[in-house]
Design a protein around this ligand. Structure first.
Ligand code: HEM
Length: 384
């Protein structure tokens, strides 16, 4: 696993070649290939389409069942991104044009209650405490495993999901799948895209390639060497009442967030990265930025609280012309309890956006580091 090996059954010479050609145009990312051992799909540029699969191990699962699941996922994912495939019928054509698929795999809290896994989890690996705004619906809650697939090409995403489902049959049972999309960011925007409220989302982010890498990535400790390159993933499904939102005037919409709809600039500035001035008042003496707006509430209250957000829109369109729409809010941080939870608590306490948004699902996962060559994903934790 992880070698990028082409499936042994690929007798057609042209298929793997085609796959290689396409892979260089859109480099597929299973393991981040060099440097720090980190999974793809976290700090890599988010593909415009994404698919999350939440799966459970059997109730009476043992550590060996976890090991089997990880070996199979690792093997399937690495074959897929190499342009090979374990499924002969859909085979190479779909893998050719996968559009730079990135795959990330996470472990839920219950995995660390299996015998031989206890005491290996960091203390932050626990479901987000229930908030007064939560209205969870089945089936969108915590699962044992999560697989995130993202790419520029939705067909590539679908193909990868099909293969992973099929490989995991009999090893782990799917509980939910979620599909997300966004318009893609212009390079100058570095990951900022519009959500279904029309807001520019993903603007204020930690500098993960520079001095804030430790907001996302853990370092090894003597007691837990496997924490090197580990990150925490939070996925929350948040319904957005687009029908009511679009009846508001633009001033009310901008007031709810504290930033302009046109270019994302704070209401106290002209360009997106102008500082947010919470002291500024208008001629009536009222704050220009409402202190209960989303941005002033979500801003870090102390250094180190920043999280990397990777949100996607979702829409389930119904036959009757209505739609269930919202955000698949995905965030990565080194310590979910110290970084994500305080932000979420503040938002639950007061956030003007809460009038039009409802969290309907939540999960927290540990993403192991990317495996060294010849090892499978998570081996350094499972076999520690
Ligand atoms: C449907 C739900 C949500 C919507 C529509 C939404 C939308 C936005 C928008 C438009 C911005 C301003 C632009 C930007 O910096 O990206 C923003 C900022 C932010 N949001 Fe959200 N958001 C939602 C949920 C959440 C949740 C659940 C959290 C975390 C618990 C969160 C945390 C943040 C943070 C940390 C910022 C940056 C604040 C700053 O430092 O300026 N958001 N959000």
């Amino acid at each position: 696993p992880g070698s990028g090996a082409v499936g042994s059954g690929s007798s057609s010479a042209s298929a793997p070649q085609g796959a290689r050609a396409s892979a260089s145009a859109h480099p597929a990312r299973w393991h981040v290939p060099s440097g720090a051992p980190r999974q793809s799909g976290v700090t890599t540029q988010p593909g415009t389409h994404a698919h999350w699969i939440g799966l459970d191990l059997a109730r009476d699962a043992m550590k060996d069942d976890l090991r089997r699941a990880l070996v199979v996922v690792d093997d399937t994912a690495s074959r897929f991104v190499a342009g090979s495939t374990p499924l002969p019928d859909v085979a190479h054509e779909l893998a050719f044009d996968a559009g730079g698929v990135a795959i990330a795999v996470g472990l839920g809290p219950r995995v660390f209650t299996l015998r031989g896994m206890r005491a290996k989890a960091p203390s932050w690996l626990a479901p987000i405490p229930t908030m007064p705004i939560d209205r969870f619906e089945k089936p969108w809650d915590q699962t044992d495993l999560v697989i995130q697939i993202d790419a520029a090409n939705p067909v590539g995403v679908s193909h990868a999901a099909t293969q992973l489902f099929s490989a995991l049959k009999g090893i782990a049972t799917p509980r939910w799948q979620q599909r997300g999309f966004h318009a893609g960011a212009r390079p100058s925007d570095a990951g900022v895209t519009r959500n279904l409220f029309g807001q520019l989302d993903g603007q204020e982010q930690p500098n993960v390639d520079g001095n804030e890498a430790d907001r996302v990535w853990n370092a090894a400790t003597t007691a837990a060497p496997w924490m090197e390159g580990v990150t925490g993933m939070v996925i929350r499904r948040i319904r957005m009442d687009v029908d009511v939102w679009q009846t508001l005037d633009r001033a009310s919409q901008e007031n709810a967030i504290g930033r302009r709809l046109t270019n994302g600039a704070p209401l106290t500035g002209a360009s997106p990265h102008d500082p947010i001035d919470l002291e500024k008042t208008d001629e009536l003496g009222l704050s220009v930025i409402n202190p209960a707006a989303h941005v002033p509430r979500a801003r870090p209250a102390k250094t180190g609280e920043r999280i990397l957000r990777r949100p996607y829109n979702y829409e389930d369109a119904r036959a009757d012309g209505t739609s269930d729409r919202g955000l698949i809010f995905v965030a990565f941080c080194a310590d979910v309890a110290a970084q994500f939870v305080p932000i979420q608590r503040r938002l639950a306490e007061a956030d003007l956006l809460n009038t039009w948004t409802t969290p309907i699902g939540s999960g927290v996962y540990l993403l192991p580091s990317a495996p060294r060559p010849g090892r499978y994903l998570g081996q350094n934790i499972v076999e520690a």
